[in-house]
Every structure is written in C-alpha cells, then in structure tokens.
Design a protein around this ligand. Structure first.
Ligand code: AHG
Length: 335
C-alpha cells in the first residue's frame, strides 16, 4: 500500500525552496528547523502553563525594566541553547538580554548567520490564556567568518533580513515565516510533532476593516492621531466605515489577524513615549519584513521600518503596519 501524503512538513518545504537556488547551502533551512524545534519546546510549556505552576512573575527584571514571567525565562533559555547547538548560528540577540551572545566555539565562528528574537511576546497575556508568540529574524553576518560575531552583525537595517517569522501559541500553534520567496504558514500537527504547510503564499489584503491600537492611550496621542481614530469610527457608506476595533495586546496575535484579514495595527508615539513601546530589532523589523513580503507595509509614519539604521539593540520605534492602503491613509492623515 502506498502511504498517502497530504502534508508537507516545514523541513520538506524549506528544502524544496533551497533547491530552487543553485548556490544555496541549506544553512538557512537548518536554522529555521532549529527555531521550529525550540518553539515546539516552548509550545509544550505554554500549553501546560495553567497546570505546571509556571505562571506568574519570576522576580527578575529585564532590560526594559519589565518584570519577567517564568515562561519568558524558559523560552529565552530554550532558544539560546538550541541555537548554540545549531550547526549554523554565529550568535544571538534576545529582547531579554542586555547584550548580544556571541558563540565562541570554532564551528559557530564559521557560521554565517545571526538570529534575533523576542522569545515570548505578549507575556502579560499568559495569565489570561490569550495568544502569545515568539518573533525572530535571521541576518547574514557582516563580520569576517572565523571570528566571533559582533554587535555590527545585529545592528543591520531590516531590509537586510534573510528570513523572519513568528510562532503563535493560540487555538492552534502556527509558524509563519517569510523570505524573499514569500510568506508561508505551518500549523503544528501535534500527533506527529511537525509544523505542516497550511497557509501557502500568504498575502496581506491591500485594504481591511479593522484598526488595532490601545485605545486607552487616546488622551496621550497627538491631535492628528486622535482625528485619525475618529475617522476610523466615523460612519461612511462609501468607505465602509466605521471600521471594527480589535486589540489583543499581543503583537503576534494582532498581526497574525492583520496578515490574514487585513487591517492596520498601530503602536504610535505619545506624549510620554516619543518612540512608542515596541522594539525595532525584536518586534518591528521582523514583523515589517513579514508584512512587506506579503504585500503590506510597515512604517514609523516618517520612514519605512525596514530602512532604519539601528543605533542600539533595544531601540524602540513607533509603528503603523498592515494593509498597504490603510497604512498609507493613516500616515497621510497623521504626518
Ligand atoms: P509584553 O510582552 O510585555 O506583554 O508586551 C507586549 C507588547 C506587544 O506584543 C503588544 O502589542 C504591546 O506590547 C501591548 O502594549 P500595551 O499593553 O501598552 O497596549
């Protein structure tokens, strides 16, 4: 009897993509597989968070002065250790660590990629069982092979990203990743423990009907921004307004919806935080890369996110991201 194959695993898919390039070495595919492995381990812990006495603050404070949850620490450690053991990673930078971690064994020194990640984004949602996620991106290092990698390898513009992605721990667990070949989504098939292709060639619709922002911050926003929010709420048959408002408070979940259904997600500057809240290197760059590869747009309002030259690891930027036409309309009204 011939085995019936309806599923294509993440590994099979990345290998298939690699074969399309004559000079590809498969290192990027190996890294994606390793990140997938780390996220499966994180997923296992996330799924039993309510049972395993793993909820709650861990007592440590991260570089942004935020209290870490136990699962953040776990996710961070798993990603670091899996990538340290990876055959193809020269070093990592994590939202949870002050500095980069350069792997100094001989093999890692010869590796040409570095990885940046937010191990568990939206962690304040853990206690209420709402979706959370891991965000990552991969760059080719700019430092010389044979040396340990250095800060310059990480302070690269988003447009240099080789691959980016997220894993959403939601009603199902999915990995979505983007390369210049496009954006594809893989759902974790629990029975075989593999991410399997479920959303091929994802496209972010040019228009949408959902705006996503922490509206509780409205009084801190500039007048043009407040006017834009009123525009979103205004009744207009021609433009099919008012839009619906959805905000989970977990960037991965809000952007996963935006990618599939269209819409705009915003975390703007306000009178207290001139650069907003979200981190360029761990959140805004990878997410903008994914959305742009899917045909959408990510901007600070003044410049494309992917064009920003980072000056520090934990830099924050305002962000407007999602359906191209909605983002352009917002920017034209606000700036
Ligand atoms: P955290 O990981 O500390 O929960 O932060 C989550 C991030 C991002 O995922 C989300 O979009 C945003 O912060 C929510 O911030 P507000 O609570 O200020 O709206």
């Amino acid at each position: 009897m011939k085995p019936e194959r309806h599923l294509m695993t993440l590994d099979e898919f990345t290998f298939f993509q690699t074969k399309q390039f004559k000079n590809a070495t498969g290192e990027l595919s190996t890294l994606l597989r390793d990140i997938g492995l780390a996220c499966k381990l994180i997923n296992k812990q996330v799924n039993k968070a309510g049972l395993a006495d793993i909820l709650g603050a861990h007592g440590q404070v991260n570089v942004q002065g935020e209290e870490q949850m136990k699962l953040d620490v776990f996710a961070n450690e798993v990603l670091i250790s899996v990538l340290k053991n990876s055959a193809d990673c020269a070093g990592v930078a994590s939202e949870e660590n002050d500095e980069i971690i350069a792997f100094d064994d001989e093999h890692s020194k010869q590796s040409k990629y570095v990885v940046m990640f937010d191990p568990l984004d939206g962690s304040s949602n853990i206690d209420v069982n709402a979706s959370i996620g891991t965000i990552f991106c991969i760059y080719k290092r700019v430092s010389e092979l044979g040396q340990t990698c250095n800060l310059n390898d990480f302070l690269q513009k988003g447009k240099n990203i080789m691959a980016s992605g997220y894993v959403i721990y939601g009603s199902s667990t999915m990995m979505v990743y983007a390369t210049r070949l496009g954006v594809n989504g893989f759902t974790l098939e629990q029975s075989i423990g593999e991410f399997c292709l479920s959303h091929k060639d994802m496209k972010c619709p040019d228009d949408g009907k959902i705006y996503s922002i922490n509206q509780g911050n409205t009084c801190k926003l500039s007048e043009p921004l407040q006017n834009y929010l009123h525009y979103c709420m205004a009744d207009d048959k021609e433009t099919q307004r008012p839009y619906s408002h959805r905000y989970i408070g977990s960037m991965v979940a809000d952007l996963h919806r935006t990618l599939i259904k269209g819409g705009i997600f915003m975390y703007p500057e306000d009178c207290k935080n001139s650069n907003g809240k979200l981190r360029l290197l761990y959140e805004c760059n990878p997410m903008s890369h994914i959305i742009e590869m899917a045909g959408g747009k990510g901007t600070t309002g003044r410049e494309n996110i992917l064009d920003i030259q980072p000056s520090e690891l934990h830099q924050r930027v305002p962000i407007y991201i999602g359906s191209k036409n909605m983002v352009e309309k917002a920017v034209s009204m606000i700036y």
